[in-house]
Design a protein around this ligand. Structure first.
Ligand code: 2M8
Length: 725
């Protein structure tokens, strides 16, 4: 693990320790001095990686305060910390409800039910998962009661969509989505119970918090609830704010999946949870999709109309798997536009909470524009679920840099990353820990696999030794082969997501044709390749395809590291010479360089293959050569005519992805190990600096790089060898 990550994981743990109250964690040192509902879910997800008992206690403490009707309260008040937050138990007066748990101090609303997801993660990440089973048995009926409450009390028409009755229930308090429904609340100061906000006593800038008008309405609603003694039916009759929220329902839908998994683990039937998940998923898909805006909306049950406001909540059905494939593709386009900050184009941090192009977007005001870690964490999981793996990786790495650069803040400026709200914020710390673990776990996993099968491939494997020859002998084998590779690209490579459908490729006619063609390579005369661009395109495409061919031939499941020396043992015979992927890369394309893991040059002094080496080396090839892994270049086909433009685009996109994270505040640049392995191709350390300067999109970052060329420290980002499947 890169040193900087492990240092910051320690810092994050320290924050959680500082915010620990004995049986749960407060969200922030002073601004939020009690236990909050969904905060505890995210906190438990982080703690699950290193402190299972506290992760369990976090959830159990919250559920000890569950209401008789199943509702889990938004806040569990810490009796020792009263007096610094508003509203507290004296204002909520939950004792008016027969459902409120006796002797407990809670609020009278709920929050997005992320808990089942957290519980499943506690189990998955425990060192000895079996020891967690008794906890699962204890918590399962309580989780079921919570979900049952939501469907019973908050979905009167049994649509599969539950409503929230207060903006605080959404977790995104002053989101622009609530402006319209809240406007119908006409506040009469004379009848509104007197109250005093406390949030502004903690040194936060009022411009970054909800307005006084918002607070009046929050208070109006609480007053209405206590007036109804928290009776759901009475509230539903008179409440001016009843909204089917896309965020809340997405979290519920996703949590149902975890609930089903928990059920299976303890031998309970998962059917109820699965049918809830299915019903809510379908309802989100059908009712909340806005076909013109191409994003999910919330639905206002009072005016019986969608709320056409585009916020980050509109992407969260991805987290739940509720979006159709087509909807997901639209969401992806939207996410990749200026509205929500094109991923990695250096213009702003992904993903701000509100469309940056809309009036009312505010980069610093709470839920009206800044970047929040928990929302992005859910989005990254959603993107991965739909196969946008490269983007999910990049997004997660972006999330890692915000706390490192700007501190463990509550939320961040969407343009310059400045941290706002409370520092030492618990879920920022917890989800940072989770993100780091996610990256390094794959590292552990792949080396285990590698160790297990180290003997799998003990001798060379010639991939084009078959008997079949093409039906019609061609005098342009290179051209035919390139065309065939292009056909494979079109049919089986998802160049946008950087993925290959190896399964379908293996079974396809096109792949059989490719293999037959490669047999003819044995008679191919390499002198037929003329011109540098011709050669560059031929060798680059051939390299990329031998890797795919090797993965398919060896039936590699998870990582090319399953087959030790994959890149040197898999070979094509071309003319009468053998060429492995390493020969093509280090011998031909890198001008017979020394591979970073060898003492000698790829081709020895008398090697006849030296006749084909390409010089000078174009370092941009490193962003075009795929290696069947998630961290390497996304696979594509390179045309002779356009190869220079394609290489240029590949380099630009790599340098602006999260494979390069510039941390000016630390004097550090985190970069892909590619720059270490192939440093000489870039002209050494200063060459790398120049290269970054040439390709980085953000002007300020470029200047920083140039002005600090001599002193910047490079740290290398772990290279993810998992298959780009
Ligand atoms: C914020 O909400 C509370 C009310 O619940 C507040 O503003 O006082 C929100 O960011 C919410 O999502 C979060 O759970 C809570 C505690 O971090 O603070």
């Amino acid at each position: 693990m890169s040193r900087i990550f492990s240092n910051y994981v320690e810092k994050a743990k320290h924050i959680l320790d500082q915010n620990w109250m004995g049986s749960s964690t407060k969200p922030a040192p002073s601004l939020y001095p009690h236990q909050w509902n969904w905060d505890s879910g995210f906190i438990a997800i982080g703690r699950a990686h290193y402190d299972t008992p506290r992760a369990i206690l976090e959830i159990e403490t919250l559920f000890d305060n569950q209401w008789q009707n199943g509702m889990v309260p938004q806040i569990v008040f810490n009796a020792q910390s009263l007096g610094h937050y508003f509203p507290e138990p004296d204002f909520w007066q939950t004792e008016r409800s027969p459902n409120a748990p006796t002797g407990k101090l809670t609020s009278g609303i709920t929050m997005p039910p992320v808990h089942a997801v957290a519980v499943e993660k506690i189990y998955q990440n425990a060192r000895r998962p079996r020891t967690v089973l008794p906890f699962l048995e204890r918590i399962y009926p309580k989780l079921v009661a919570l979900h049952a409450y939501l469907y019973r009390e908050r979905d009167p028409k049994e649509e599969g969509l539950v409503y929230i009755r207060h903006p605080w229930e959404s977790g995104i308090d002053n989101s622009p989505t609530w402006d319209t429904p809240l406007q119908r609340i006409k506040v009469d100061r004379g009848t509104l119970p007197p109250y005093q906000r406390k949030d502004l006593d903690h040194g936060v800038d009022p411009k970054m918090r909800p307005s006084d008008e918002d607070y009046d309405r929050y208070v109006y609603l609480v007053d209405l609830f206590r007036g109804c003694s928290y009776d759901e039916a009475r509230i539903a009759e008179s409440c001016p704010f009843l909204v089917q929220d896309s965020l809340f329902n997405s979290v519920l839908c996703r949590a149902n999946e975890s609930l089903a998994e928990i059920a299976k683990l303890i031998g309970e039937p998962p059917d109820q949870a699965l049918s809830w998940a299915e019903k809510t998923g379908a309802a989100i898909r059908d009712k909340l999709w806005h076909p013109a805006h191409r994003i999910f909306d919330c639905y206002d049950l009072v005016s019986d109309a969608p709320i056409e406001v585009d916020t980050s909540a509109g992407f969260l059905p991805l987290f739940a798997g509720a979006a159709s494939r087509e909807q997901a593709e639209h969401l992806y386009q939207r996410l990749d536009s200026a509205s929500f900050c094109a991923l990695h184009q250096g213009n702003c941090f992904t993903m701000p909470n509100y469309d940056t192009q809309l009036e009312g977007f505010d980069r610093a005001n709470y839920w009206r524009g800044p970047v929040w870690i928990n929302i992005n964490w859910m989005l990254a999981h959603g993107l991965r679920r739909y196969g946008y793996a490269a983007k999910a990786d990049s997004l997660q790495k972006d999330l890692l840099q915000l706390p490192i650069r700007f501190g463990f803040y509550e939320y961040f400026d969407s343009f310059d990353g400045t941290g706002y709200g409370s520092d030492n914020f618990s879920w920022t710390a917890a989800l940072f820990i989770d993100l780091v673990h996610e990256f390094y776990e794959t590292e552990k996993g792949s080396s285990r696999i590698a160790a297990k099968v180290r003997s799998l491939l003990s001798s060379d494997l010639i991939l084009n030794s078959g008997d079949q020859a093409p039906e019609v002998a061609s005098d342009n084998l290179a051209g035919d082969l390139m065309r065939c590779i292009r056909v494979l690209r079109d049919a089986f490579y998802d160049t946008k997501r950087g993925l290959v459908d190896y399964g379908a490729l293996r079974e396809s006619k096109q792949y059989q044709q490719y293999r037959v063609l490669t047999n003819s390579l044995r008679e191919f005369d390499l002198r037929r390749l003329v011109g540098r661009r011709d050669k560059l395109a031929f060798w680059t495409n051939l390299y990329n395809t031998i890797v795919v061919d090797g993965i398919v031939s060896l039936d590699i499941k998870k990582s090319v590291q399953e087959a030790p020396e994959f890149f040197s043992r898999l070979k094509y015979v071309i003319g009468s010479h053998f060429f492995s992927a390493d020969d093509i890369e280090h011998g031909i394309l890198r001008g017979n360089a020394r591979p970073w893991f060898h003492l000698l040059h790829q081709f020895g002094p008398k090697d006849p293959r030296k006749a084909w080496i390409l010089k000078p080396v174009d370092p941009r090839i490193h962003f075009a050569l795929v290696c069947g892994s998630r961290s390497c270049a996304p696979i594509d086909y390179y045309e002779t005519a356009t190869i220079y433009d394609q290489l240029e685009a590949a380099a630009r996109s790599f340098v602006n992805s999260s494979e390069v994270i510039v941390l000016p505040e630390q004097g550090k640049v985190l970069i892909s190990e590619i720059f270490r392995w192939y440093g000489p191709d870039f002209g050494g350390r200063l060459g790398v600096v120049d290269f970054l300067y040439d390709y980085l999109a953000d002007e300020q970052t470029r200047l920083y790089i140039r002005e600090n060329a001599e002193t910047i420290q490079f740290e290398y980002i772990y290279y993810d060898w998992n298959l780009n499947r």
